[in-house]
Design a protein around this ligand. Sequence first.
Ligand code: SF4
Length: 393
Amino acid sequence: MTTDNESPLHHAEESDDGFWRNSDEEALHVSASDLERHAYCPLSWQLARKGKPGRGEAVQAGRVAHAEIHRRVEDFKNKQFDLRRALVIWSWWFTIILVIIADCIIFSVLDDEIRPPIDMAKFLTMLAVSWLGVGLLAIYFPWRQWINFPTDVEKYKSKIENMNEIVIESTLQPPGFIGGWSQGGRVEAGLLLGAITFGIHAIGLTWAENKENAAFILIIMATFWTLLASWQLQKALLADNALEIARLEAGLENNVDVAYSDDESTAGLLVDNETGLRGRPDQIVIVDGEFIPVEQKTGKIPNQPHKSHEIQLLAYISLVASTTGRAPPYGVLRYGPESIHTIQWNEKSRSRLMASTKEIQRLMVQGGAERNHNRKGKCANCSRRYACDSSLV
Ligand code: SF4
């Protein structure tokens, strides 16, 4: 079988399932951008393969607009992280207030004869000191690395493989967190919180010899923690306000989580080795527990989504389906903040995507791409017209 000049595809042949595979049984790679260019015009796709980049003001403006969209989405993610952290800290401090109230009740019914409070206070002091010591050691030494402690990256990879940058980061431990050298995660936070709780109980019990003193101390402590919790709650409310502003600026729907945003430099590819498809959507958001790919388009806003954009989005839906094992019911095409279209994922759209993928693989091997339209307007707007000898204008 012959191959095209620009990409040596050794002995690639059509398999029984219609996909084209090389001698290593690897499906020929077709990117979502390949599908978009090919749907626009097969010659545009071929020119891109020959190394002819898109040119023109629209291409440049599109890059700038995409970078701005990514910046806004990243800002939203950061604000979301700030809010979650503020709420987690507030909930801890509020828990301490509840613990103090529980102590008040316990002290009032404490029986000095059965177990002297001072003995219990000593025991809790030892517990608090040992938890504090272990917590500080855990923060200082990278023990996760030493014992091969599983990181959150593994958990996320099981959801979306092949993606380097993901995902609703944990408030305390971002993916890949290994701790140590003055960094603590969930385990360390639990140890320190435990030490604080035991310490507070020990102080309270020391004063429980004199129940009036104990009650007084507990009221002082409850007041102090209530002030801290109120201050933290105010921080959380401010973070919530900032998040809402960032969400509106990013043009995101309410109650939407951003799992991933492509910055074109650090984000990894989604890959389907079965079909050869690959690509990375602009964003993946989580709506009602489903991963939904979003493709942002800049420039002139059409009445209906372009077929070329639809097929590109279908590729992303298929890639999310194959990497997560769960097919998104739809994907989203956005032309600016107001023009939002959902593209359904069903058997018909899947067949359309696979047929286009196979056709591109065939063209890679056999060549013969031709203009598929007679529309002068399309050629006039084509970013590769400068290199095309079949242009209509
Ligand atoms: S100029 Fe026209 S024929 Fe040539 S690649 Fe572009 S759209 Fe196709």
